[in-house]
Every structure is written in C-alpha cells, then in structure tokens.
Design a protein around this ligand. Structure first.
Ligand code: KG4
Ligand code: ZN
Length: 352
C-alpha cells in the first residue's frame, strides 16, 4: 500500500509518500517540505493569510517532487490523505481541496486526517510501537498528554489551560529580542546561562490532574526582564536557562501524573512517545530519558523531522485508516477545531 500525504494546517507545506511493506512496517519514500519560517519571521509569529497563500504557491510543486522522487504516478497510489484540521482554516482548505481533487481525478480513496492523530501515530511508523502508549504532544499550538489506545481511540489525560509549551518558548524569546521561532534560540542561549539565577514558578507542580499552565511562568519572566531594565547578553542567557529549567520540571512532573492516570484508566503503556517541535529540545529530551528510565518505560523520540509538522505522518495515518477499511467522503469539511478526545473536550467546556 502506498499513500500520498498532504499537510497544510500551520506554517509547513508538506507532501510525502509512505509505503506499507509486507512486514507491516512503514517506509517513507519521499518527504517534501517547504517551511514558511522566513515568510512569518518579520511578524514574530504565523500570519494565517500569508500561510494560506504560501500553501497555494508551493503545494503543487511539492507533490510533483514527491512523485518524481519515487517514480510513482497518481495511478500507482492506493489512496490520498490530507490533514483536515485542526489548524488555520485557510491553509487547511488548501490541502484538503488538493487531496480531494487528486483522489477524485485518480479514482483513489480519500482519507481526511486529524493532524493530532497523525502526530500520535508517528511512533508506529518510526518504531513500530504497539498500542497502547502514552503520548506527550508539545508544539507551538498544542500541549497534551494523550493515551493512544488504538486508531481513532484516544483518551486525553491532560492539556494546557493557556499557552502551549512551544508558544511559551516563542513568547519568552520575543521578550528578549530573540528571533522567531524562539524555541531553538532559547535553548541555545540557555546552554551558557545559569539555571538557578532566577527561581521561576513551576505552575501546576504536583497537581493530581495532568494539565499544564504556562502563562504564570511567562509573566514571571516578563516581570524579571522589566525589573532588570536593560537586556544584556548575560541576562538573556540566565533568563533562558532559568525558564527552560522551570519548563523541564513542569514537563517531567506533568508526564509523571499523566503516566499515573494512564495506568489507572488503561493499564500498562508500551511506551512513552514525545512529539511536536518542542521534542527537539535537548534538556527536555534528557529529562524525559531519565524519567522513563526510572519508570521502566520505553521512550520513543521520533527523529526531529518527523516530530515537527510533516507530510509523512499524514500519509502514515492514511495507511493506518485505509488498512482498517476507513476512508472519507468528498463532503468532509475542514475543521479549525478537532479534538482527539471529544469527551474530554466536552467535560472541560462544561466546567468552563
Ligand atoms: O511542531 P512544530 O514544528 O509546529 C507546530 O507548532 O505545529 O512546533 C514548533 C514549536 C515552536 O513553538 C518552536 O519554538 C518550538 O516548537 N521548538 C522548540 C525547540 N525547537 C522548536 N522549543 C524548545 N526548544 C527547542 N529546541
Ligand atoms: Zn503539529
């Protein structure tokens, strides 16, 4: 089985072809990506309208490049998968419409993919991990702990009440005058800073639910910068190191509670998977390595290019669905919001 995957939910335009081999393992045959970082850098964040236009400009050439790289034609594919949300609606419509059009023109099944499901299933493409497992998804738009029990079976164990972790990194970077996206910049600056110079708060620490909250930490950083008056290189390094140390403590504590909840509700997980752009952070990776070692849990960290947004994860989610006989109709609409666990979402909204 060979499937084309299309990703356009945020600021990455991507097209990939993944093959399901006879041994049940996936193989990425082509993985084309155009990152719009430069387009958005001047604005310090993703501008939805610019993103949608850039997707239109680049998607067709990326799909052609993926086909050329593999020597395949549309007729050789077994299906077309496109991310249908959640994400910036203008961009989602671009990829979804392209996916439907190609499926229609080639007479192949079409699969609308939940972008979060694609992140959640990537560890099965890279490491053939069996269900069930615990997923920490931490990107610029999402921060969730999810019990992944099967295809289409997700239990949200924790979520952020305010900012996503990547978003917090980006905002701290912006306060310090570091360029966008801020995560890698903050990590770099932290390497030569003193993590103990500022005693930033660790929000939610030891709370019995596995939720996150980052806005108080972000405000504490803002206050410290205001107090300093002048932003010197030493200040930047120490703030970044102290902020990152606080995030690391929060991530480990929240993951520990998430694991406890997982065990209570769903038994023993086969592993802990970390995905999303924040999974590229070395300090977070090291802390989670120590944590999973102590917890006796297999840790799966997909390679960075498959942790951040990409087309291969969409194609793989398409394969996971198609091999269960699941596909989508041409009337499938783009979804700006699309929770993986609608029940958790409903309960949360009821409380709010
Ligand atoms: O998954 P991703 O590429 O895009 C989405 O948000 O969907 O994640 C990007 C986010 C950004 O907020 C970026 O600052 C953060 O991941 N990030 C990092 C690092 N690399 C990327 N955060 C902390 N440390 C890093 N090394
Ligand atoms: Zn993503």
């Amino acid at each position: 089985m060979q499937v084309l995957g299309i990703e356009t939910t945020c600021d990455e335009t991507a097209a990939a072809i993944v093959r399901l081999n006879g041994d049940g393992r996936g193989e990425v045959l082509a993985d084309e990506i155009f990152s719009q970082t430069v387009e958005h850098a001047a604005y310090g964040g993703v501008v939805p309208e610019i993103a949608a236009r850039a997707h239109i400009d680049h998607l067709d050439r990326l799909i052609l490049a993926a086909l050329a790289r593999t020597g395949l034609k549309l007729a050789d594919l077994d299906g077309v998968a496109a991310a249908a949300g959640p994400g910036l609606i203008g961009g989602v419509v671009v990829g979804l419409t392209m996916g439907k059009g190609l499926a229609l023109a080639s007479g192949k099944p079409f699969v609308a993919i939940n972008h979060l499901e694609a992140h959640a299933l990537t560890a099965r493409l890279t490491d053939a991990l069996d269900f069930p497992y615990l997923l920490l998804l931490a990107s610029g738009g999402h921060t969730q702990l999810i019990g992944v029990l099967g295809v289409g079976q997700y239990r949200r164990l924790g979520t952020t009440l305010d900012d996503a972790i990547g978003e917090a990194f980006d905002k701290v970077a912006k306060m310090l005058g570091l360029p966008y996206p801020g995560g890698p910049q903050v990590e770099k600056a932290a390497a030569t800073g003193d993590p103990n110079r500022y005693a930033f708060p660790r929000p939610m620490l030891r709370r019995p639910n596995a939720d996150f909250s980052l806005s108080g930490l972000k405000t504490a950083v803002r206050l410290e910068i205001d107090r300093a008056g002048e932003v010197t290189p030493a200040l930047v390094h120490d703030i970044c190191a102290s902020f990152q140390a606080a995030v690391v403590d929060v991530v480990v504590d929240r993951t520990r509670v998430g694991l406890r909840l997982f065990r209570e509700k769903s038994g023993a997980p086969r592993g802990l998977v970390v995905a999303g752009g924040v999974a590229a952070n070395g300090a977070i990776r090291d802390a989670l390595k120590r944590f999973s070692g102590e917890a006796g849990l297999r840790l799966v960290l997909p390679p960075p290019q498959l942790c951040t947004d990409n087309g291969a994860m969409i194609a793989w989610a398409g394969i996971e669905r198609l091999r269960l006989g699941l596909s989508s109709g041409m009337d499938f609409a783009a979804r700006p919001r699309w929770p993986l666990d609608p029940e958790a979402e409903r309960v949360n909204n009821g409380k709010a």
